[in-house]
Design a protein around this ligand. Structure first.
Ligand code: M6R
Length: 608
């Protein structure tokens, strides 16, 4: 949801800013811009379109001189994508340049007020008020002006600011949006995410809400809103830069699909000691674990889909009721959670605005909140009572794959752990589930071998207008993800349906040749799912079945079949998702879609 970079040092800023923006393009890509301080003031260059358009326009940055600058790649919220609505935004005097990620919710009120004071606006963005307000409050002390502005604006923001009067300082502020400071030698950086600056430094400070950073070439000072200097603790990033690069793959998505065995392994193995699951990171006492009367899972998108799968697994193993809520709905429905509820927030980025607010709402109501998060130190992680990190490594493709798989593995672990703590399974069952969990990485590796059949089926159906995914029980939960993956990157309309529910209305959409993907890994419901597949086949549908290796019965109904290795039935989504991810990928590839950066989307959704 918009990416920010900033540089102050002795090198030319523009080439670095463009390179950093390229690494943040997954956050938004409808327009881009930079502002660089030089002898003639602040040079702002911005344009609608991808970073490449900006980079070509600026000859890779060589056209813009100066060693202090800020940059932005945009995912439009207020004001359509256009040159003028692109960031950076300038104050009317040309004194301040601002890049912003987030939403200034009271911008209309502030804009009216500023217009009454005679300021004229050039863009339709909410951000422009920040630039004008800075000018309005600036009386010689930039920090004072920033604090006054922050006290006036409502909403969420990460801001990068430079001022014509101060050639030696880059300012940064955050609230409810990620912003990191990179600490270099004779140079420092800001960015929305680590990959943008990893080639320059591995020493990072993740800014906290309501902190203001004054960043110079040789120093970084962090202030609170009372303008007091506060200590900050940088940390060292130890993942390899290759993790954030394509490494020979055509797309990040394919690379990340192929990384899943390792990502799952990295997530589960540190938490299994002598055959026992250890989840001290949950920060919950055995008494608390036994006291909870229900679990509420809050999340968005694919993370929500992980929650839906988990409901089946946790209820089956731990025998505790699980509600799964879309975070955006949970927030406003006066939810029934209190100190007897355990709330689990699931988020790859750890910055999704709705999930973060749902977490806060749950805490206000007295619930314990644990989170399952991929980005270390992110807002959701920091605000939870306990955090279980998925060790998927950086996920760049907008369509999640390895984060989904590691979240699933983490939730299985929570289910087995709760079941044991609450005495719902005996030792033999416990050992069985733990060893099945440990088999997952190698089984996923095997599932990844069957790419050819997926490619073949994709080649037969990439022109489809609409594709349906059906399943029962945990297969239904997985169908939600199969359908989302397909539609988000291939733009083919798709719906996921509980197989038994189709005939209650949606079956009217089935026409001759409509592809219906029937997920059938659940043995006891196999025949019922096949009956539902026959119902649509009778009405002209083409059936793509998905089941476990060796199940030949599916050929009686299905026109094509994806086979996956067999595992513990509750964990089958981890295997069945593999051909579904590959199917979406190959269809999008055949349609020549922009796979890593699908239209209208952004990787991290930090606005409501
Ligand atoms: O970072 P989060 O896991 O909180 O993000 C939630 C969704 O925005 C995300 O899963 C989205 O649905 C993915 N692009 C789907 O591939």
């Amino acid at each position: 949801m918009c990416g920010i970079v900033g540089y102050i040092g002795n090198e030319q800023a523009a080439p670095f800013l463009l390179d950093g923006l390229k690494k943040l393009e997954y956050r938004g890509y409808d327009s881009a811009g930079i502002a660089v301080y030089n002898d003639s003031g602040i040079d702002v260059e911005k344009v609608k379109g991808r970073i490449k358009v900006l980079s070509d326009m600026l000859q890779g940055g060589t056209r813009v001189k100066g060693s202090l600058g800020i940059g932005h790649t945009r995912w439009a919220t207020h004001g359509k994508p256009s040159d003028i609505n692109s960031h950076p935004h300038m104050s009317e005097t040309g004194n301040f340049a601002v890049v912003h990620n987030g939403i200034i919710e009271n911008h209309m009120k502030l804009k009216n007020h500023l217009q009454e004071l005679g300021k004229s606006f050039v863009s339709d963005t909410d951000t422009e008020v920040v630039a004008h307000l800075l000018d309005h409050f600036y009386k010689g002390d930039i920090l004072d002006a920033i604090i006054k502005v922050i006290n006036m604006v409502e909403g969420s923001y990460a801001l990068g600011i430079i001022c014509k009067d101060d050639p030696d300082t880059l300012y940064a502020v955050r609230k409810d949006n990620p912003l990191i400071i990179g600490l270099g030698k004779h140079e420092n950086f800001i960015a929305s995410d680590i990959p943008a600056i990893l080639e320059k430094t591995r020493d990072i400070y993740r800014m906290q809400d309501n902190e203001i950073a004054e960043i110079k070439r040789e120093s970084v000072t962090v202030y609170n809103m009372a303008k007091e200097v506060i200590p900050f603790e940088p940390y060292h990033v130890n993942w390899d830069i290759g993790a954030a690069e394509k490494g020979g793959y055509e797309h990040f998505m394919l690379k990340e699909i192929m990384e899943q065995p390792k990502a799952i392994q990295d997530t589960i193995s540190p938490r299994i000691k002598n055959g026992k699951i250890v989840l001290d990171e949950m920060n919950l006492t055995p008494e608390e674990l036994n006291r909870f009367q229900k679990i509420v899972i809050v999340a968005c998108g694919s993370s929500y889909h992980v929650g839906v799968v988990s409901k089946y697994v946790i209820e089956k193993l731990a025998r505790i009721p699980v509600e799964v809520d879309l975070a955006s709905e949970f927030r406003y429905r006066d939810p029934l959670v209190d100190e007897t509820s355990l709330v689990i927030a699931i988020s790859q980025s750890g910055e999704t605005a709705d999930t973060l607010e749902a977490l806060r709402e749950a805490k206000r109501r007295g619930a314990k909140v644990i989170s399952v998060v991929n980005v270390v130190g992110s807002s959701i992680a920091m605000e939870s009572d306990g955090v279980l990190y998925t060790w998927a490594g950086p996920e760049i493709s907008v369509a999640t794959t390895k984060a989904y798989s590691t979240q699933l593995a983490m939730l299985y672990m929570i289910a087995i752990y709760l079941a044991k703590q609450r005495n719902r399974i005996d030792d033999a069952a416990y050992d069985h589930y733990v060893s099945e969990l440990q088999r997952l990485p190698s089984l996923v590796e095997q599932a990844l071998q069957n790419k050819e059949v997926v490619q073949y089926v994709a080649s037969r159906h990439f022109n489809a207008k609409s594709i349906f995914f059906i399943g029962r029980n945990i297969d239904y939960a997985l169908s939600l993800e199969g359908s989302l993956k397909l539609k988000e990157i291939s733009y083919i309309h798709s719906e996921a349906y509980a197989a038994g529910e189709l005939k209650h209305g949606t079956i009217s959409l089935i026409e001759d040749g409509t592809l219906v993907v029937a997920l059938a890994t659940c043995k006891k419901l196999f025949d019922k799912t096949m009956s539902n597949a026959v119902e649509v086949k009778t009405r002209g549908a083409c059936i793509l079945g998905l089941t476990t290796e060796g199940n030949e019965k599916i050929n009686d109904v299905a026109d094509h079949v994806f086979y996956v290795p067999e595992a513990e039935e509750l964990f089958m989504p981890s295997l069945a998702v593999i051909p579904l991810q590959l199917f979406a990928y190959y269809i999008a590839l055949m349609k020549n879609c922009d796979i890593d950066n699908p239209r209208n989307l952004a990787k991290s959704v930090t606005v409501e």
